[in-house]
Ligand binder design. Sequence first.
Ligand code: ATP
Length: 232
Amino acid sequence: MITINGLAKSFGPRTLWSNLDCRVADGEMLAVTGPSGAGKSTLLNCIGLLERPTHGQILCRGADITRFGPRARRRFRRDVLGYLFQSYALIETATVAENLRVTMAPKGQRRAVLRDALDHVGLAGHENERIHHLSGGEQQRVAVARLLVKQPSVILADEPTGALDRANAAVVMDALREMSAAGAAVLIASHTPSIWSRCDAVLELSAPRPVDEQPGASAGSRPGRGVQAART
Ligand SMILES: Nc1ncnc2c1ncn2[C@@H]1O[C@H](COP(=O)(O)OP(=O)(O)OP(=O)(O)O)[C@@H](O)[C@H]1O
């Protein structure tokens, strides 16, 4: 479960959002929406420990992950977190199987786990193909298979279907829904209404105001500005 309390993020004098509160329970899927520049990726990056929030807490199983030291951050990324990017984030020159093995733990069952995950995303038999020989949709399905192998309890998906056709997008969303049903907390940043409708709740971030319209030197923290959460 992820609980966000009073989170704010500024870049220099520019506040993207402030006083952001939200909760994503285990087994729940949250869509993060809002116009370009609203800070959707930045929010996911704060949860993924790629960015530091300016204020506030991000709790995962009761621990404030923003206060983790280097070792706890590494462990959180390795053991808890799964990321799915629009750009797939695969090792281009490696094979499908090698990309999946990166996240695999128990050696004994590796082959079966790998085969099941690829079968699940319709890529059975593609183990030895090089990533750069695959289409975009196939590459994203490999990235999903990598999540199926890793079974993270928190999944951050940044425009995961942005570059995909409808059929590939459906495979990705079905897999995310299944991982959520299996207990993962899933956050999906997306501009796509058909994705929002498959989520349990929607968090809407509004475009940040220009710097000269933001109040005071503390860079624009009007309570709750630009944040709306709704159950779908
Ligand atoms: N490291 C950074 N330093 C300074 N500004 C940044 C940094 N990262 C993001 N920004 C700015 O923060 C704003 C929000 O970026 P972000 O990518 O989170 O928005 P987004 O809602 O995901 O947009 P999009 O829908 O276009 O992907 C943008 O104006 C961006 O330029």
